[in-house]
Design a protein around this ligand. Structure first.
Ligand code: NI
Length: 135
């Protein structure tokens, strides 16, 4: 019996959308206000979905304590109250929320071993969200 578990986390970070490969005018045309040199912040809502068989002895897909501990240590400590542009993940990658989704998915995929990782979803604002579930 396979079941899914989705857990929600909140973090805040700033970013500036800017590509060194583009001219000033191209950056402004592509990213608009998000290219403003001072950056801006978001309160991100991150949802992590894992799945697997329900363990007969615990009745759980995955222990939330294990998931929380991993996300706290590997995701929230890395990105909460940070400027995403300064993080190693975004030195050569534009810190759009699409790319944030894939970066977080990759970190979880590499290190979280307690359940199968299905999907990462991030709400950037009330009006938009992004999902990544691997290739
Ligand atoms: Ni933004």
């Amino acid at each position: 019996m396979k079941a899914h578990l989705t857990r929600r986390y909140m973090f805040s970070a700033s970013h500036r959308l800017h590509s060194d490969a583009m001219s000033k005018a191209e950056n402004a045309a592509t990213y608009g206000k998000c290219n403003n040199q001072y950056g801006h912040g978001h309160n991100y809502a991150l949802e992590v979905t894992v799945s697997g068989p329900v363990d007969e002895s615990t009745g759980m897909v995955c222990n939330l304590l294990d998931l929380d501990r991993f996300v706290q240590r590997e995701i929230l400590q890395r990105f909460d109250l940070e400027n995403l542009n300064n993080r190693a993940e975004f030195i050569e990658t534009i810190p759009t929320t699409e790319n944030l989704c894939t970066a977080i998915y990759d970190i979880l995929q590499r290190g979280f071993t307690h359940a199968h990782l299905d999907k990462v979803r991030i709400e950037e604002t009330m009006m938009n969200s992004f999902e990544y579930a691997g290739e």
